[in-house]
Design a protein around this ligand. Sequence first.
Ligand code: HEM
Length: 427
Amino acid sequence: MIPRVSGTPVLGNLGELRRDWLGLLTRVAAECGDVGSFRVGPRVGVVINHPALAGELLVRHAEHLEKGPLLTRLARLYMGDGLITCPQAGHAEARAHLAPAFTPRAIARALPGIQACVDAAVEALEPGSTIDVHAWLTRLAIAIVGRALVGEDLDAPALERAATDALRDINHRIRHPLAAPPWWPGRRRRQARATNRTLDALVDAVLARRRAEAASSRDDAVATLLAAPFDDRAIRDHLVTLVLAGFETAASHLAWTLALLATRPDVEADFLQEIRRLPAQPSVDDLDALPRTARILEESLRLYPPAHTLGRKTRSPLTLGPYALPAGTVALVSPWLLHRRADVFADPERFEPERFAAPLPRYATMPFGAGPRVCLGARFATLEARTVLVALARRVRLVPVTPGLPPAETLMTLRPVGFLARVEAAG
Ligand code: HEM
């Protein structure tokens, strides 16, 4: 029997879910232990909060799972059957077609383009000005995705607005699970359609330009998609997915890293020391040879994993350790929760990158997920983060206007809210 936290008679834990999703997960773990559950009206969510059991679910039982209702019902409104949201049945094949765009070689080829975007954005920062760090990083991450995956400069403001609208809509629907469904006529449906029209138009324009090119010698993600046996709809869904998945998470990750670094001058000093000897345009090998920087980013992903909750639905009954999960169970693995287990991480709330110098139990951290649906862009995101941190540190210091960490907003991703910083020239 899976234990369940208390809730109100009819709505169960809906109020808590709306107010404070991470707080609800924390209470489930505190009161129920490794596996516990909560209820929203008639629906039950089972939270798997043990590294080995989470690994067993996502890796060993992967074939018996679909993505959770959130992704299949809500993110699909915008991402269609892209790689993140597509059913398990066609997933392996679709992933195999997309994978060539994410090999280490393909990413190494994209590095100079990423560096050019980052350098241009950093040079445009004016010492003495104040910026919203997350908003600035979002624009930069869009530019990077455009250059590296699509091979051109995307319409950043339109895309940023469409992506933010999509994420806000999804978030609203998460908070109001018993409200009108997405197909219900009204303002929300109109807004969702307008957002999708913007996304469609951006993709259509990219594809039209690309198809008009004579024998293309390009080898980016669009070229990979066009070479695969996908119809136009599938190409649209995969491209929107790559773009949305590729910037929102990366921007949040970097913003949290900068916020965390600002709280630990000693860690920041170690980082500055490590990057001192890097050449002007670091190669992939240079960026890979930065162990302290790597640990800073890992620790940031531990404390603030942008993908804070991964949802699955069981297609058939399965056994997880001592627990039986019937078919149709909604099972949730929360990196945010797993990464705070006090038996794995001493003083778990503390930002302590050097804890990653020692080996950790398997699946103790999984900011990029695990199993066949693990993040396809993990390597890309890692190199991008290192490039941005290095370029920023060389030219400027971002000094938070308000000391301490900014509050977190739990949309589809975990973002910092109102993180303002003053730009100072690097000393
Ligand atoms: C710090 C940055 C990132 C984080 C934390 C992150 C996290 C994740 C996670 C946790 C998943 C698995 C979701 C699940 O199991 O339900 C995922 C999937 C995915 N991510 Fe990322 N991601 C990041 C950056 C990127 C980038 C830059 C790209 C592309 C350019 C990308 C593309 C994808 C794709 C295509 C999938 C679906 C993989 C599949 O189902 O086969 N991600 N990401």
